[in-house]
Ligand binder design. Sequence first.
Ligand SMILES: Cc1cc2nc3c(=O)[nH]c(=O)nc-3n(C[C@H](O)[C@H](O)[C@H](O)COP(=O)(O)O)c2cc1C
Length: 331
Amino acid sequence: MQLSSSVRFSVAPMMDWTDRRCRSFHRLLTRRARLYTEMATADAVLFGPRERLIGFDEAQHPLALQLGGSDPGRLAAAARIGADFGYDEINFNCGCPSDRVQSGRFGACLMREPGLAAECVAAMAAAVEAPVTVKCRIGVDGQAPREALFAFAAAVKAAGAAALIVHARRAWLAGLSPKDNRTIPPLDHALVHALKSAHPGWPIVLNGGVASLEEAREHLARVDGVMLGRAAYQNPELLIAVDPEIFGERAPFADPFAALEAFRPVIAQGLERGERLHDFTRHLHGLFTGRPGARRYRQILATEAVRRGAGLEVLRAAVAAVAREPALAAE
Ligand SMILES: Cc1cc2nc3c(=O)[nH]c(=O)nc-3n(C[C@H](O)[C@H](O)[C@H](O)COP(=O)(O)O)c2cc1C
């Protein structure tokens, strides 16, 4: 099925980072960016605490559920559950390089098995109305990226993938940690541009190392969408400019102070449910980067929001430390 809303800009799936609370905050900063869950394995969705793993707040649309696995039947069943939860897209992880993932023969390993990846996509696409997309690398280990990526793309496209998101670096499955696998293998954005030229009618999203909206706009001249991971998480203020600069629409809030004010009731509800302040504020540490007082803000959150029973007054005190006007130079 076709993607019903734009893929022009998205925030990447990030384990332990883009949880439900983080996404609630990101959604306040941009109405239009497509958001992704952390990866959930098909087995976890089938057999785990489902609501806790993949439950989400309605305000988070457009939202994609990312699944990991390599058993077509189980992936199809998990995709169906995701679609019933109301996700707008089911995304298939073919890019994660961790050991845990390798022993399960999924994630980036599937770049070596395009036939199996295609079977998985076909099974999911047959099971749900929602579009099924794939996120991959440009290759793994010693694979020649051009051949590996183009063959993989052709296979999943033929199987019914509605779009392909490409993290534009190879993954080294032996010898590099997942963290190193996000920095050490060199980026090849040009290869993703070339893939787009070869598939003019099929949405291709570029991911990896895009640091600013200005860079994102440059890529958008050559691909259908750009996905930002670390830059968006570590400097969420960047997301306030997404609606005006990428979609030509009004920003939801004038500045991050106003967005944070709107986040307070969401946090308050969480606290009432017994969640901790830090569960929310850990996603806010990157806010206000570059403004005088940002360091003090982070210090207060890091030391006081973690205390048992900490309430919204801690967030208020932290924000009060920040100057309203951005500094010309970073503190
Ligand atoms: C903390 C962290 C967790 C990640 N978890 C996932 C994940 O669950 N699924 C996935 O496809 N990629 C995951 N990634 C990779 C990102 O989605 C993205 O492909 C990568 O960070 C490159 O984009 P960036 O340079 O804009 O950060 C993760 C990245 C980070 C930093």
